[in-house]
Design a protein around this ligand. Structure first.
Ligand code: ADP
Length: 494
């Protein structure tokens, strides 16, 4: 145990957590991981070379080392995948009973559990997030989504009583890099439970766990063509969106690309759900349990490198406790472990890509140029790889660029408020509406805010809690449609 030499003296009435443990390295082992040098496309139950012959590298953002080469799908490959999905839909999957479909989903869920450690390690190697997060959040939740929707597959008539529900057909699904396996599960599980077939495109920086998921589909004996995985960049996604034989597009990603997709789909018969950006408010009232709230703030924005669309990236603190909360927050930030994502003690791993790393740096610079007070955690960071110190932007105005725009990194803006009406107005004054957090001792205050905050999810005295039974989705430019829960079935049925 060592005293952190950087820890600073705090106000007398606010006790400082001045101890930071010097922890020995505790890296998760990689010995059991088998990665190929090259990954092809998974179409019609087979591994198929891309028609262009092109591949791109996927790298480990913590070390900048190449992990594997990934096939780059073009229009012809997308067409092949959609045809396979259509054939599987018409001849096999839509004809199968719900109970039979459910059995495949249960099998997939169990296989994810069996290979959980392997998936967690690959997710961390490819995406940079801490092994703690991929092991404790991403992989178990992905398995749970398959379990949950497996249970619905033969009970759709109970989910929607007195309505005759039918599957849509072929779903094109495009996912981002922040939760690659989990987003794939969110999208594939309800689609299959409802009787649809799928063509899924993972993000270009994090294709590996989706390709590993394809191995599970093979192992589970899923009929060929029911799920097809095509890898590539934005143009591959665009080819999928524009393919005429797609019945539904489900997209999670940036608001800009969401708008492009919405324009592309308008005027067609394609059904659309969009889960886009966020700038979620985390609101701390004077009567809140302050230590828990500080932990909730850290969990909401820092533990996941800020790589969550619903990250609590705007902090609102009631004036009476502002000094205390900010001091405790700074203190906690100084005690976070930023570094090797494979180390089990690491709180904050690597930023997913050089591009995202540069974006975060650019925003912090904008904050400085706009005259805001910046507080960077004193924690050490590795010299190699893409790592960011947790950062506070203090005394920001509501109009500040950093309050208005999504940064997608461990950067938290801090504003104060006096009254409930004021904080509701400030929290809602954004183009987004994905999530919010409320910290208070009073249940009545919570219920008042949950009805007035324009956000798809409002957490009370907690943050970033997920469960397959709860619907998730946004208001305004955070998108439309819900994923998860019974609501998530509706998006895949007519
Ligand atoms: P993020 O900022 O989270 O990376 P993006 O919206 O850029 O989000 O990317 C999310 C997903 O959308 C990725 O799989 C990406 O390849 C894909 N994508 C990017 N551009 C397009 C496009 N024009 N049409 C369809 N998909 C796209």
């Amino acid at each position: 145990m060592a005293k952190n030499k950087d820890s600073k003296e705090t106000k007398k009435d606010i006790p400082s957590q001045s101890i930071k443990w010097d922890l020995s390295p505790a890296p998760e082992s990689k010995g059991h991981i088998k990665l190929q040098d090259k990954y092809d496309l998974f179409i019609n139950g087979k591994w198929v070379k891309p028609s262009s012959g092109k591949y791109f590298d996927t790298t480990n953002p913590a070390t900048e080392e190449k992990l594997a080469e990934i096939a780059y799908a073009n229009d012809a490959d997308v067409d092949k995948a959609v045809k396979a999905a259509r054939e599987a839909y018409t001849n096999v999957w839509s004809r199968m009973s719900g109970a039979e479909r459910g059995k495949y989903l249960f099998r997939i869920a169990r296989l994810i559990q069996e290979r959980a450690r392997e998936f967690a390690v690959i997710e961390t190697l490819d995406g940079g997030k801490s092994i703690r997060e991929s092991r404790d959040v991403d992989v178990p939740l992905a398995a749970n989504h398959f379990f949950y929707y497996a249970g619905w597959a033969d009970k759709l008539q109970y989910a929607f009583p007195n309505r005759k529900m039918e599957s849509l057909g072929v779903a094109g699904q495009i996912i981002p890099w922040n939760f690659p396996l989990l987003m794939a599960a969110w999208k594939i599980a309800p689609a299959l439970a409802c009787g649809n077939t799928v063509v899924l495109k993972p993000a270009e920086t994090t294709s590996l766990t989706c390709l590993k998921l394809a191995e599970i589909f093979e192992e589970a004996g899923l009929p060929p063509g029911v799920v097809n995985i095509i890898t590539g960049h934005g143009d591959t996604g665009a080819a999928l969106v524009n393919h005429p034989d797609i019945n539904k597009i489900a997209f999670t990603g940036s608001t800009n690309i969401g708008k492009i997709i919405q324009r592309a789909v308008s005027g067609t018969n394609k059904k659309l759900t969009l889960e886009l950006g966020g700038k979620s408010a985390n609101i701390i009232f004077e009567d809140a349990a302050i230590d828990q709230a500080v932990e909730g703030i850290v969990n909401g924005i820092f533990f996941n490198q800020g790589h969550v669309c619903c990250a609590g990236s705007r902090l609102f603190v009631q004036e009476g406790v502002a000094d205390e909360v900010i001091q405790k927050l700074k203190d906690r930030m100084d005690h976070l472990y930023v570094g090797d994502p494979m180390d089990k003690n690491t709180d904050i791993g690597a930023i997913n890509s050089k591009e995202q790393f540069d974006t975060i740096k650019r925003y912090v610079k904008i904050g400085k140029n706009e005259g805001n007070e910046i507080y960077e955690s004193k924690c050490e960071i590795p010299s190699k790889g893409y790592f960011c110190r947790p950062t506070l932007i203090l005394d920001v105005a509501q109009s500040s660029t950093l309050v208005q725009e999504e940064i997608f990194g461990p950067v938290l803006t801090v504003q104060t408020f006096r009254t409930v009406d004021e904080v509701i107005q400030k929290a809602n004054n954004t183009q987004y509406g994905l999530a919010a957090g409320v910290w208070t001792d009073k249940g009545s205050k919570i219920f008042n805010l949950t009805t007035k905050l324009r956000a798809g999810v409002v957490w009370a005295n907690t943050y970033n809690k997920f469960d397959p039974t709860s619907p998730f989705g946004g208001y305004k430019e955070s998108g439309f449609g819900r994923e998860g829960g019974v609501h998530g079935l509706e998006s895949y049925l007519k």
